[in-house]
Design a protein around this ligand. Sequence first.
Ligand code: NAD
Ligand code: GLY
Length: 375
Amino acid sequence: MTGPVINRSVSPAPIVVGLGDRSYPIVIGEAILGQTGLWARKLCPPGKCAVVTNPIVGALYADIVMQSLLSEGFEPVRVDVPDGEEHKNLASLSLIYDALVDAALERSSPLLALGGGVVGDLAGFAAATYLRGIPYLQLPTTLLAQVDSSVGGKTGIDHPRGKNLIGAFYQPRAVLIDVSTLRTLPRRQLLAGFAEVAKYGAILDAELFALLEQKLAQFLALEAEVVTQVIRRCCELKAAVVERDEREAGERAVLNFGHTIGHALESITSYQRFLHGEAVAIGMVAEARVSAALGLCPLEVVTRLRSLLERAGLPVNLPDDVDRAQLAAAIELDKKVQGGRVKFVALEALGKTRFVFLRNEEIVELADRGATGNV
Ligand code: NAD
Ligand code: GLY
């Protein structure tokens, strides 16, 4: 059987995010964490440096990273922030600043962010602001962080009244993706990251989407070649979007597909019921239904998206007990609203999108209308 044609060779060459003198490599493969020192040495003079992680990831991977840095002449200090989104806040940031001051890190001293998106966002923001900016490297260890948060330079922390309200665009010097770290990731976290993987196929690359349909079992079983190939493709797609629109003046907002409803759902369930990727899976299917209800895409697009996510074990339906008025109100509070209308990412086909401007109530109503007929 012939499958979709996609680059099957796993090239060791790094992807480059091309941003002029702020360009940086994304290195993807197995046992990459053991090369941390080599990459840090290429980018910064050896000396003091800090590895920011959390107790869970640190127990698994900090030793490899610290050893690699030591062997290249660095003097690393390890800084642990508490685990969990509830700690992506000022207290953790302050803890990092204290450790950097204690260790007397200098302008050229690198900071290494070892962990998922929480550690990456926090450590990236600390790097953006300590001494008005020091170099940092992302060492992402969740699937979500490997395909999304470590690339593109969005850094920041949450405010008690909203997620990611404080932050900066600040690009890393390198992203080192060790796919073998996914073997210790809890299954639920892996699946949540898969929602973001599927998103790239849905919005930007129909071939990737078809590959995921075909190789889902191998991907979820973490077969190295498939995982590396897919993560690589996601990073290429994200790098290209970031190169064209680094500060989200326009096109980068395409990455918000599934997030208009997904963020609202997370918010009204107090971030307790769904992981981010789970909410995005529900949001993507709902937003595809909105697109179909508007006549912008064929129903087949909704069916294929829903089926892929369902096969992966992700939730795909807006729960009946979610209050629709509350959902609509939460959409309106989102950062993407302009002049009372939401900049909504609609699907035209798999791999093809367009922006439409919709009222919040309209989005919720169309999502439910699209769901009748069981699509
Ligand atoms: P996370 O960082 O909380 O990690 C999830 C859990 O997995 C944590 O308990 C963590 O300790 C654990 N973990 C991480 N790697 C592991 C490993 N290899 N083995 C075992 N356990 C491991 O969650 P996440 O999903 O990676 O990131 C979510 C965060 O990312 C949110 O704060 C979100 O706002 C942010 N985000 C940022 C961007 C961006 O562009 N900067 C994009 C998307 C999401
Ligand atoms: N995660 C969306 C972005 O980086 O723009």
